[in-house]
Design a protein around this ligand. Structure first.
Ligand SMILES: [Zn+2]
Length: 301
């Protein structure tokens, strides 16, 4: 597989260089800081993995947006201080990583505001961004967009604008848009392979899809899309024993477990390609989008 991928890559690279006068796309790096085993016994590996990701970002002078789950902020203080000192943006990845579809709306607003304040305390920087767990901002959970504005957030990065086996919002705009509440949304970049639409720039897609295909899909993204990649601590944890992820099939769990060793090397190769450059944080994109007349998404409930 590796040899086939390399051959394909070198053939494709020739094509890419032949079209090198096409503008490069700036790729923002985002990272979801979560403990995927938080409800289980066992050592907490995510802090060490996060430190490795921060090392990688330092070494490659990349400033990322880090979405942090609220209930692990106390045990992440050191790593969060390090991240903010290095110029990374900190944002919130929900309070307990419960999908929005299973979250009670009644008490969430106050909890979101508290978690945002505690992240600001640790980082000393304004926290304006939010990402829903497992991209669970769907037609059923649009109510969160009003709570987020009330809790002081200014953008979200939570919508997967395609049909997807877990969550997804088919029909939502693929480019940056504004919710009726005024919240700006940076949807998950979607690429088409045949009849399938995939969030190809992160997670297991970044681990498995051949890089030439990822690069081609980045170049095909419409200008209104902010290209961002997403990673989790477990995506780089190649020495973790096989573990059945809650809520996934055995096949999905094996996919989530394999090919982790190559994740950061692939991200580096992606960012070194002539067609892709390193973009800024999502907060910086928010600042840029303030000057744009973003389309408003009319939600039909
Ligand atoms: Zn997550």
């Amino acid at each position: 597989v590796v040899i086939a991928e390399r051959l394909f890559f070198s053939a494709f690279q020739k094509q890419v260089f032949a079209r090198v006068n096409k503008p490069t796309r700036a790729l923002s790096v985002t990272f979801d800081l979560e403990d995927h085993r938080q409800s289980h016994a066992g050592s907490k590996r995510y802090l060490a993995n996060t430190a490795r990701i921060l090392d990688f970002l330092d070494k490659n002078t990349i400033r990322a947006t880090i979405f942090v789950v609220g209930n692990i902020i106390p045990e992440c203080r050191d790593v969060l201080r390090r991240a903010s000192a290095a110029g990374h943006e900190l944002a919130l990845h929900s309070v307990t990583h419960t999908p929005l579809t299973q979250t009670s709306r009644a008490t969430l607003g106050a909890k979101l505001a508290d978690a945002r304040a505690s992240l600001e305390d640790v980082s000393g920087c304004a926290v304006t961004g939010f990402r829903a767990p497992v991209f669970s901002l769907t037609p059923a959970t649009v109510w969160i967009t009003e709570l987020l504005v009330e809790a002081g957030f200014r953008y979200s990065s939570s919508v997967l604008p395609a049909a997807h086996p877990m969550y997804g919002y088919p029909g939502a705009p693929r480019g940056t848009f504004r919710w009726p509440s005024g919240l700006v949304e940076f949807p998950v970049p979607i690429g088409r392979i045949g009849p399938t639409s995939l969030p190809f720039l992160g997670g297991i897609y970044l681990r498995y899809l051949p890089l030439p295909i990822i690069i081609k899909l980045v170049r095909r993204l419409e200008a209104s899309v902010v290209p961002w990649t997403y990673l989790h601590p477990y995506d780089i944890d190649s020495s973790e024993a096989y573990y059945r992820f809650p809520g996934t099939s055995a096949v999905q769990s094996v996919l989530l477990w394999r090919r982790r060793r190559a994740t950061l090397a692939r991200l580096k190769r992606l960012l070194e390609n002539a067609a892709v450059s390193t973009g800024g944080t999502l907060a910086e994109h928010l600042a840029t989008s303030a000057a744009l007349d973003l389309p408003q998404f009319t939600v039909n409930n």
